[in-house]
Design a protein around this ligand. Structure first.
Ligand code: SF4
Ligand code: SF4
Length: 374
């Protein structure tokens, strides 16, 4: 769509959503994660611009480490005006308690408006956090003590979000949403219809698809950050779009974009461009490849996970962990070629399976692990 950014006017962007005991969350929220790579001065300027423009939702987790530390002292004096949406990444209750207490101390508060299980993105993680001794026990305890006013679930695995959307224990869900990532939209609509808060993350595709140095558009498709953000905010189910801004200018640009709602045609146009960007990538079919694969290689699962890493920069460590858990992986492929004969996207499936294996099974060993946070 090629929209030009302009400097924003100062405005409070209310979402219209509210709980009686919290401030009404704004339509845009400050995601702290990009602050990991910013110096203190840039964090200071970025946070101050967002606060000046009236943004009040803050999305953070202990595993964002230095990012949280850099922002906390700026946010502490504003506590009463903020909607603090904290997340605990630890999978076990005891460790999650440490994370929560550390975060509460850091923000100088006795409670968070929302406390969520962070990044529950596989069956194994879901079973861990929801099982005996899992982090969910800590969340229930925190709610009882008043350390968390509401409980939520965040993640990239739709079944976990669906569970939260349908469960009375959860008041909010947080998941990725952008024109190229719509897999959670139906669940978000369901959660909103049940009166729950819906926070959208990866609203700019983690900065990789729409950023200043995109991985490469496919065909003629081009989606600007403003397009993406407007697309997310125009979904009636989204309470707050969390934006990972890295400068005051980006905050102003996002603010400007949020002032314009897309009509139904604008939404459809951007969605179509999102699909075009993903053309040639796996995932928009009913996986006929699976029905013809005798060894039972989970083709779609592997290709989509690999695509996520390649295109949206999901966490390679986690994707590698998921890949390791597969009972059957790319190595079971016999190169029979049957899957390629039925693939509507004409993908080089065998080549992609091999590349995915190299990336997820070997590449992950080169990156730092977060195991000590589990
Ligand atoms: S590999 Fe082809 S057939 Fe299989 S799920 Fe992906 S796009 Fe569909
Ligand atoms: S080429 Fe490999 S993945 Fe495709 S159907 Fe044959 S065994 Fe399965």
């Amino acid at each position: 769509m090629g929209m030009t950014w302009k400097l924003a006017a100062s405005t409070m962007l209310a979402s219209g959503f509210s709980w009686p005991d919290t401030v009404s969350p704004t339509r845009l929220g400050i995601g702290l994660i990009p602050f990991m790579n910013l110096d203190a001065e840039a964090v200071d300027a970025t946070v101050r611009r967002a606060l000046d423009l009236g943004w009040n939702v803050v999305d953070f987790s202990r595993v964002y480490g230095s990012a949280v530390e850099k922002a906390q002292h700026l946010l502490r004096p504003e506590r009463e005006q903020l909607f603090l949406a904290g997340k605990v990444y630890a999978r076990h209750a005891e460790r999650a308690r440490e994370h929560l207490e550390g975060l509460l101390r850091g923000f100088g508060t006795d409670h968070f408006d929302l406390l969520s299980l962070h990044d529950v993105s596989s069956r194994e993680e879901f079973d861990l956090v929801m099982g005996e001794g899992g982090a969910m026990e800590l969340l229930r305890e925190a709610k009882q003590k008043g350390q968390a006013l509401r409980l939520g679930m965040t993640g990239h695995w739709p079944p976990a979000l669906l569970h939260a959307a349908e469960s009375e224990e959860f008041d909010a869900i947080t998941g990725p949403l952008n024109p190229c990532c719509l897999e959670n939209l139906g669940i978000m609509q369901r959660a909103a219809a049940a009166g729950k808060m819906v926070l959208a993350i990866k609203t700019l595709g983690n900065g990789r698809i729409f950023g200043p140095e995109p991985l490469g558009a496919v065909g003629e498709a081009e989606i600007t950050p403003a397009d993406s953000l407007q697309f997310v905010l125009s979904q009636g189910c989204v309470t707050t779009a969390v934006v990972g801004c890295k400068s005051p200018d980006e905050v102003s640009q996002a603010n400007e974009a949020a002032m314009n709602n897309l009509d139904v045609h604008g939404k459809a146009q951007i969605q179509e461009m999102g699909f075009e960007l993903l053309a040639g990538l796996c995932g928009f079919c009913h996986a006929p490849c699976q029905a013809v694969c005798e060894p039972g290689v989970p083709i779609q699962y592997i290709l989509r996970r690999w695509r996520n890493f390649e295109r949206i920069n999901y966490d390679i460590r986690r994707l590698g962990d998921e890949y390791d858990l597969l009972r059957i992986n790319s190595t079971a492929c016999t190169d029979c070629g049957r899957c390629e004969a039925v693939c509507p996207a004409s993908l080089d499936i065998t080549g992609r399976l091999k590349a995915a294996h190299d990336t997820l099974a070997d590449g992950r060993r080169k990156v730092a692990f977060l195991e000590d946070n589990w």
